[in-house]
Design a protein. Structure first.
Length: 148
């Protein structure tokens, strides 16, 4: 009923959502302890991800629709997700006892790229579902993808 390309797309969607939603659920505490932000400034920093996603989704969607080749944009998006998490991994930790109140640091760049990666997910992975399944099972395919 559903081809292997559908299951590959579902796997990509699962990883993309895990890299975005699960990370942001715990990002406030991570940014406070790893990058020495206080609670208020960490919350403001996390907003970078949502603002970037809101501002770039429509232009990126237009570009993807105009250019086509969603598979290459999907690869780019997954690479951007990896870069964002690598920034969090390799960016130096702040010295103990120091508190950053308002600064654009490695945490901010990681959150920026996380928002860009989510734009690629929303504009490439999700709209690819109708391209890999028969029209008759499109609703089922979207339901399965959202549940997984």
């Amino acid at each position: 009923m559903l081809k292997g390309s559908f299951w590959l797309l579902v796997t990509l969607a699962m990883f993309a959502v895990a890299l975005y939603v699960c990370f942001l659920d715990n990002a406030n505490k991570l940014i406070q302890t790893r990058f020495c932000y206080n609670q208020k400034s960490a919350g403001r920093a996390i907003m970078i991800t949502y603002i970037v996603a809101a501002l770039l989704s429509a232009p990126l969607g237009l570009i993807v629709d105009y250019v086509g080749h969603k598979r290459y944009f999907t690869i780019a998006g997954m690479s951007i997700f990896a870069v964002s998490h690598l920034i969090f991994l390799v960016y130096p930790q702040c010295p103990a006892g120091e508190v950053i109140t308002d600064s654009f640091s490695g945490a901010s760049w990681g959150l920026f790229f996380l928002g860009v990666g989510y734009c690629f997910y929303a504009n490439c992975v999700v709209p690819s579902i109708p391209l890999v399944v028969r029209k008759k099972v499109t609703g089922t395919a979207f339901g399965i993808m959202q549940m997984i």
